[in-house]
Design a protein around this ligand. Sequence first.
Ligand code: AMP
Ligand code: MG
Length: 331
Amino acid sequence: MDQYSHEVDVAVRAALDASLLCRQVQKELRGELSFTKSDRSPVTVADYGAQAIICKLLKESFPEDPIIAEEDSAELRKPDHSGILAQVTRYVRDRIPHASPEDVCGWIGSSSRSLADRSWILDPIDGTAGFLRGEQYAIALALVEKGKVTLGLLACPNLHLETGRPEGAKGSLFLAVTGRGACQMDMAGKNKQSLTTPEIGDISGVLYTESVEADHCDHGFHRHIAHKLGITRPPLRMDGQVKYGVVARGEAALYLRIPAPSEQGFKENIWDHAAGVLVAEEAGGRVTDALGRPLDFSSGIKLEKNYGIVVTNGIPHDRVLTALGFQKAPA
Ligand code: AMP
Ligand code: MG
């Protein structure tokens, strides 16, 4: 049996089940299904519901493994949020009959914030802003062992399945296992296709991708770099780690994430990148920070030792780093 076949089986089942919940919530989304957390970031019933479903399955299957996940049940237990907890429970019950609010809070957990030798890293909805706009988001799950990502899974319920056919069927699942390559499947976990580096003759025709949110990266600087590289097409703006997926499957050749001028001190969360990095790398792409350093997943829940992120597939990575021209991280 393959070394990670049990982990893959559980992770895929969990992410697909959580995707169904997310789709349901997005379809029925109304104001009362989202609120702003004490750190001022948005969260929805679906973030909690997806985390509950995934953590339940992970805890049952791998009881020894800690889970570092974005959401915390403490927020949901606040008296002000009892209505939200009731909604979360209602959606979870569609998938796990008889789940009580207490069960739901227990599965969501009070997230551990320190990495063990082997930890699961979960962002139940990466790109909540996109989810709220009815656009792109990803359910991102990774296994990190001794600072290395060994399994990465991205479920992208709103991403068209076929490259270049945005009007076609929606839902793409990306899976990567270290040393075993990356593949894409549909939202039934079927029609597996392995991903490889695309042949690119002329860089001017490639797409680059970046965040929708203007404070998550420097759109103006990205435009300048794309121009310097000879890329003529406008950026493909998407939320969450869907961007890693579109680079992995060759739809975009470059993903840039250079901090916005007002956010120079921002340190990226590992759950916003771990799964996507392995998917892009195992598809044959390259991922570094803006100074060409590998992303360091050994320092805790933040990418403390990195500045910016550069992902390429099919175009020379070093040419992008040269165009960026960083000798050291700006103070
Ligand atoms: P994206 O959809 O690619 O813009 O990324 C969404 C993630 O960006 C969220 O999950 C946040 O954790 C993260 N984020 C929040 N603030 C910032 C910031 N100032 N710079 C970069 N990323 C951020
Ligand atoms: Mg996120």
